[in-house]
Design a protein around this ligand. Structure first.
Ligand code: 13P
Ligand code: SF4
Length: 353
């Protein structure tokens, strides 16, 4: 793990350990004040499924959204709000700002990052690409604005398969960054010629195939639903692979009653809301030992707190700013992804390996 990932991870874990749990009374007061302030300045919350359940519920009840990366980007762009409060990680705030340069975009904690973004530093990535000048550069949304600005295409997990298929049909050879496992999945699913950058998600990388196989044998009636940032050995055991929103849609529409979920366990909150009659079990990580740090929950997503949203809104702090030239180039790649998705049907992603 590189030093910037380790430092940022330690900082996130420390902050999460030190944070107090709000009482119901405190939470109710925070929500009341926040709602009044948001109405006054015309603000909306755009949040990801991995953040605290209290933020997800408040986002929906106050007219915002809880979504996957692609839908977050789209919602922010189309929103009539003047202020977007992004509850998620940094690349999500940057994407919102790039797509809506005239809106004010704020985040409760600017140190909320992502191991994929941190592991793909722009200068090293440029050097890597310069050794393969004929390849089309496709980057995952979980990257910095600079990396997006340098890319030919941006994809999220919900549209990566269709975009890579399209590039393959057009005889393109591809560099994919930064997630190695997603890149491998795309290579196997589409048969495209893909050269991967070596990046990993600290959460999904921890899912274990051997233990998952054991769990599956004890629950043969359960369907295994996995996010494509997970290792290939785990994906091989899946009945369905897709983005967070696609995973929710799959469990809600399946006729099965039990599901083993291989992604950040924050997603289970929305799965229970959409499918209250069904049961969800977390896919195993190496999380049984006393010294284990892998709890299937993203430490950076955990940094989002309703009290901090109120504080930054009150003080006008934590605005996301992206330099103009970077924003301009990054927007071209992101807009291309959004336009592509309006033209093509999103694939079902039932396992095709
Ligand atoms: P989704 O786009 O599937 O929500 O994924 C974002 C992410 O960071 C998963 O770890
Ligand atoms: Fe990044 Fe992984 Fe956290 Fe998603 S879960 S934001 S990929 S570190």
């Amino acid at each position: 793990m590189n030093i910037s990932i380790e430092t940022s991870l330690e900082k996130a874990r420390k902050l999460n350990r030190l944070r107090s749990v709000p009482s119901d009374y405190e939470l109710e007061n925070v929500k009341k004040e926040l709602l009044a302030l948001m109405q006054k300045i015309n603000a909306q919350i755009v949040c990801h499924y991995y953040v605290d359940a209290a933020i997800q519920d408040f986002a929906i009840s106050s007219g915002g959204v809880v979504a996957d990366s692609l839908e977050m980007a789209r919602f922010g762009k189309e929103s009539n709000a003047e202020v977007l409060i992004v509850a998620g990680v940094r690349f999500m705030g940057e994407t919102a700002k790039i797509l809506s340069p005239d809106k004010k975009v704020i985040m409760p904690n600017l140190a909320a990052n992502c191991s994929l973004d941190l592991g793909c530093e722009i200068e090293s990535f440029k050097r890597f690409c310069s050794n393969h000048p004929n390849r089309t550069v496709v980057v995952y949304a979980n990257t910095s604005a600079e990396v997006k600005a340098f890319s030919d295409w941006v994809v999220t997990s919900s549209c990566a398969v269709s975009i890579i298929n399209y590039l393959k049909e057009n005889q393109q050879e591809i560099i994919f960054a930064p997630d190695m496992h997603l890149g491998d999945y795309l290579k196997k699913t589409t048969g495209a010629d893909i050269l991967n950058w070596d990046g990993h998600c600290v959460v999904h990388d921890e899912f274990k195939a051997f233990e998952l196989k054991e769990l599956k044998s004890r629950m043969p009636e359960a369907e295994v639903v996995i996010h494509p940032e997970s290792p290939a050995s785990v994906i091989e055991l899946a009945d369905f692979v897709g983005s967070t929103s696609q995973m929710i849609n799959f469990v809600a529409s399946s006729n099965k009653k039990k599901f083993i979920i291989g992604t950040d366990n924050g997603l289970i909150h929305m799965m229970k809301k959409k499918a209250p009659d069904k049961q969800f079990f977390e896919a195993p990580t190496a999380g049984n030992g006393a010294t284990c740090k892998s709890c299937a929950h993203c430490p950076w997503m955990e940094m989002n707190d309703l009290r901090d949203i109120l504080a930054v809104l009150r003080d006008g702090r934590n605005e996301i700013l992206v330099p103009k030239e970077i924003s301009y180039s990054a927007r071209k790649s992101i807009e291309k992804m959004l336009a592509f998705n309006q033209l093509k049907d999103v694939p079902k992603n039932r396992k095709t390996l």
